[in-house]
Design a protein around this ligand. Sequence first.
Ligand code: MRU
Length: 344
Amino acid sequence: MVLRTVEWKDNSVVMIDQTKLPNTLEYVTYTDYNQVADAIRNLVIRGAPAIGVSGAFGLALAALQSDATEKDELISFLENSKKILFETRPTAVNLAWGLNKIMQVANQAITVDEIRINVVETAKKMAEEDIQINMAMGKNGSELFDDNDTIMTHCNAGALATVGYGTALGVIRAAKDSGKNVKVIATETRPVQQGSRLTAFELKHDGINVSLIPDTAVGYTMANGLVNKIIVGADRILRTGHVYNKIGTYQIATMAKHHDIPFYVAAPLSTFDMKSNPEDVIIEQRKASEVTGIGDKKTAPDGIDVINPAFDMTPPGLISGIITENGIAKPPYEESIKKLFEAN
Ligand code: MRU
């Protein structure tokens, strides 16, 4: 069975509850946009493209929930819902992208009925397009990988981080589907374990050879020649090629440079933020309890101060290529990224 992370069904949003993985594959159904906001905040759904589409579905629910009879009234309800959805997770730019796209469609419609129909249809289309984009990205990126490669990945940039197929894991899927025998090394990705809970689950589910390592074994695997390429996803990419991704990505990229191992990033154009500079990007800080315990077990003393950033920034000098649905950007990134957008 192909994993479908989020979808619109009978005027409701159905998602895999990723907090329950890998132990149970459970689906949740929401009819209120506040439930979708909670789901994004609490990592029931996560991964930049998946939260982008979920934000769009959340606003579509809001349009159906509101009993507004005038356009202005409905738009103001949607603006308020957008704010609540947007504030759930600030770093991944896909969330703002998804919400803005729905607001644009709502503003262009004339009647409240038209708004409701158009926002639902647009959100559904965004979900379908996400899978097509990932497959195009996979095809573009697979040429960078060879038979018998062992590829390291961090966090989960797979089907579970998108509507389906995945970004970084989509490229690995495409390489495998083109007949190459590839193996994956997944980092566990402390503190929330998106690597061990999600990537290991997803790849095993799909029959792709995967080994799990503790985050602290990244240097060991590189130094011992156990990995020869790396691919990760991204939450935000600036026009300069600065990549924001799951905490720990920066140290993997730095170590890859030291060991001369190519480090690739795969992300759709909706992950690019062509306006911001590094100092404008808010790095989300998460709960201390994610670090002071493992599951229900306490692993740190009470009252300890914790620093728990969800993401870090990898500078362009450490990145060998950025794979998108429009092609692969190579250094110098400011120029090559601009070209990818011009091809759009
Ligand atoms: O905190 P998460 O699980 O939402 O973080 C996800 C990542 O960092 C992914 O690598 C990124 O969103 C790209 S997903 C295609």
